[in-house]
Design a protein around this ligand. Structure first.
Ligand code: DGT
Ligand code: CA
Ligand code: CA
Ligand code: ZN
Length: 562
């Protein structure tokens, strides 16, 4: 198979990084990075380009063009292999640490003989990093934090990854006889391990699990643990008559379980995974489903997304649980990219994809032209897009709303003039650069964007990327207050890599009367289906249908934006 543009760009980047790590010629290094940039923003397939066409790309000479052709054909190049052989194998992994680039790796290797993440951690703990010229105590602490993050991210799954693991294990189970429990069922943005409750007889299930598992960690009649890839799945077996209490117990959270057990104790009973025991008379009362346990304890059934001991138990006892938004309430997606920038869909494709999902509208919100944004829209292309949207809307049952994802620049100004923003239906403003500003600077940057008359939604407010980038330092209290004051909505970015805002700030915003907007940030039709992650997240944030702009019709939505 021929290598994709992204794979070629990655290989060119690695080329440059290895040259830097091994301390080679600076001019050549920049040429590789520049070529990687050019290849990654090619509209067509790099594999289709002739040598002459490659040389015609700015910054790519004959030597680089030949290397690119070799990367396309074989995935590598003899010089790249030679460079890899020059460095200890653990060294390249250091580049995965946030805040560690090739220059740092070079210095750590040369000055302290550090060649792996483990050695770097040891050096930082032994206070040997601060002794290196140009580093210092602060840097040493940052390295330790990066390492901790790198380790924890290596183990927790995002929602899409967790779903894939669940799908694999489900193949060994019988539909209708099991339920996924744990943090997965509660809808958490990241999932540690997968917990499943099964009422099928263990021998059958275990035999089938042996067929699909990469490893049987532990096999039994009460519980079996398997490894699928690098991930662990725990399966608990239960007779059907106790299914309810087992599911309740394994769904958690732990804090929720503890609180619920206190309620049971208050009624003279002991709650465990097998049922409710009367503490005086003895005897076990069993429950085939969860509802009957909640009813028995005198409360309403609590949706799993709320089970975190954040006040939901008292509400269930008072029969006053909040009404939660459901997937059926969603009328449109408020953050979508198209082929005009870095997406794959044309406007007619997008309208069809929206109609296929029963949406009344979709917000076209491509990137604005800005530093570091590929093919961002300038005012002229925005005007052209507006004309095409009018065309498409003439026949589409799903209305395309015309928006933009305008860049919030490092100084808090927007990358498009107010006159351009004023003509759009809805404006999402997001940060895409300078993520490491001081907390106060970062916060004020978003506050200035919210102060603009034209900004309706702040996109992916914290900027986190699960597994690769921490949330920016932000004073969310101030941002939520300002959102309430200015009538700006905050996004619930439903990309499984973002999940931003997360549950706790969503609830805080909802309580402050701030509106929330689910956006999938889709670049393809399939990614529109990520809306389900956004709905679960909104439910974890106690959102009622009306709290989400997505549940409104287009007209009231546009009225609100005006
Ligand atoms: P995770 O896997 O880290 O994303 O989070 P969970 O919530 O899935 O936690 P996990 O897999 O350790 O345990 C599954 C459920 O089992 C948990 O949500 C509640 C229950 N559980 C686990 N440990 C305890 C405990 O010590 N006490 C109580 N009451 N329940 C527990
Ligand atoms: Ca779990
Ligand atoms: Ca578990
Ligand atoms: Zn964005």
């Amino acid at each position: 198979m021929e290598a994709s543009n992204a794979a070629v760009a990655d290989a060119l980047t690695l080329f440059g990084q290895l040259l830097e790590i091994t301390g080679k010629d600076g001019f050549k290094i920049r040429a590789y990075y520049r070529a990687a940039e050019e290849i990654s923003r090619l509209a067509g397939d790099v594999a289709d380009l002739t040598l002459e066409e490659l040389v015609a790309i700015p910054g790519i000479g004959k030597g680089l063009a030949e290397k690119i052709q070799s990367l396309v054909a074989t995935g590598t190049h003899p010089e790249l292999e030679a460079l890899k052989a020059e460095v200890p194998p653990g060294l390249i992994e250091l580049l995965d640490l946030e805040g560690v680039g090739p220059k740092t790796v070079h210095t750590l290797w040369m000055k302290a003989g550090i060649t792996s993440v483990a050695e770097m951690e040891k050096a930082a703990r032994g206070r040997r990093i601060r002794a290196i010229r140009g580093f210092g105590e602060k840097k040493e602490q940052e390295f330790l934090q990066s390492i901790a993050r790198y380790r924890s991210q290596a183990t927790r799954l995002n929602r899409a990854e967790a779903e894939a693991v669940v799908a694999r294990v489900s193949a060994a189970l019988t539909p209708g006889t099991f339920e996924v429990a744990g943090s997965f069922r509660r809808g958490r943005s990241t999932v540690g391990d997968i917990d499943i409750v099964s009422r099928e007889p263990p021998p059958q299930v275990n035999a089938r699990l042996r067929g699909i598992a990469d490893e049987m960690i532990d096999e039994g009649d009460r519980k079996t643990s398997v490894r699928l890839g690098t991930h662990r799945v725990d399966i608990r077996f239960t007779p059907p008559r106790q299914f309810g209490s087992m599911l309740l117990y394994l769904t958690g959270s732990k804090e929720f379980n503890i609180r619920l057990r206190e309620i049971a104790i208050g009624k003279g009973m002991r709650l465990n995974e097998y049922g409710l025991e009367d503490r005086k008379a003895g005897g076990l009362r069993e429950f085939p489903d969860e509802e009957s346990i909640f009813t028995f304890l005198g409360m309403d059934w609590i949706p799993p997304e709320l089970r975190e001991d954040r006040g939901e138990i008292a509400r269930a006892q008072a029969h006053r649980l909040p009404p939660l938004v459901t997937a059926a309430d969603i009328r449109g997606d408020l953050h979508v990219h198209t082929a005009a920038t870095d997406g794959t869909l044309t406007l007619p494709d997008l309208a069809r994809a929206g109609a296929a999902r029963g949406y009344r509208y979709l917000l076209v919100s491509d990137h604005s032209a800005s530093l570091g944004i590929t093919h961002g829209l300038d005012p002229e292309r925005i005007a052209a897009q507006a004309r095409e949207i009018v065309q498409v809307n003439q026949t589409s049952p799903c209305r395309l709303l015309h928006g933009i994802e305008v860049d919030i620049l490092a100084d808090g100004t927007l990358s498009l003039p107010a006159t351009v923003l004023a003509d759009l239906d809805l404006v999402v403003a997001s940060i895409h650069s300078a993520f490491r500003q001081e907390k106060d600077v970062m916060t004020r940057r978003i506050l200035s964007a919210m102060a603009s008359d034209h900004v309706d939604v702040i996109g992916h407010p914290t900027g986190r990327l699960l597994g690769s980038r921490e949330a920016a330092a932000l004073d969310l209290d101030r941002i939520i207050d300002a959102a309430a004051d200015t009538g700006t909505a905050l996004e619930i970015n439903a990309s499984p890599l973002r999940m931003d805002l997360d549950d706790a700030p969503i609830r805080q915003a909802q309580e402050a009367g701030v509106k929330l907007a689910i956006g999938t940030d889709a670049h393809t039709a399939e990614e529109l289906d990520h809306v389900r992650y956004g709905v679960v997240l909104a439910r974890r944030g106690w959102c009622a249908p009306g709290d989400l702009l997505n549940t409104w019709d287009a007209e009231p939505l546009l009225e609100w934006a005006r």
